[in-house]
Design a protein. Structure first.
Length: 162
């Protein structure tokens, strides 16, 4: 089934070349179906590559999926253009009133830092706390790279069995 993406997202050409069906938002709105709503907080430095990888996986779903790309407000990306972020990403403050079926948080190469020294640590904790009331499957995080460690630092009970 198709994934619904923002008009002009660079990953679309790559996905189409791989025969992955991606609907731009204008076309997707015309269909009479409620898609899954997923927010993606992409903390990876090479955002376009990461977007493509995640969208490739999501496209395997038999359901339509709406994607909102989220970014933290107090971090300046060194590897992705400000224009790309402005065009395809929203700060958490712009999305915090929305409700989602799922939240994907990618990891980030911060293993050489104490997590409290990461410039977006507080906002990340706020987003994860927000997910408890705004994300249907808030306990079913898909976390990449250092994500599992981030989750365990934010909520030590996340990996205990009950």
């Amino acid at each position: 089934m198709p994934i619904n993406i923002l008009n002009g997202l660079p990953a679309k050409e790559i996905l189409e070349s791989e025969k992955i069906f991606a609907l731009e938002e204008d076309v997707a709105r015309k269909q009479d179906i409620r898609p899954l709503r997923i927010a993606i907080l992409n903390l990876m430095p090479k955002k376009i590559e990461t977007e493509t990888q995640i969208l490739r996986l999501i496209s395997k779903s038999p359901l339509q999926v709406d994607i909102d790309f989220m970014k933290v407000s107090n971090h300046v990306s060194k590897n992705t253009s400000a224009d790309h972020l402005l065009k395809f990403y929203d700060d958490f403050s712009m999305l915090k009133e929305n409700h989602y079926d799922g939240l994907i948080i990618t990891g980030a190469p911060v293993e050489h830092l104490e997590y409290e020294d990461v410039d977006y640590w507080q906002e990340l904790c706020t987003i994860m706390e927000w997910s408890k009331s705004h994300v249907l499957f808030h306990r079913a995080y898909l976390l990449g790279c250092a994500g599992r460690l981030i989750l365990s630092l934010w909520d030590p009970k996340a990996f205990t069995s009950t």
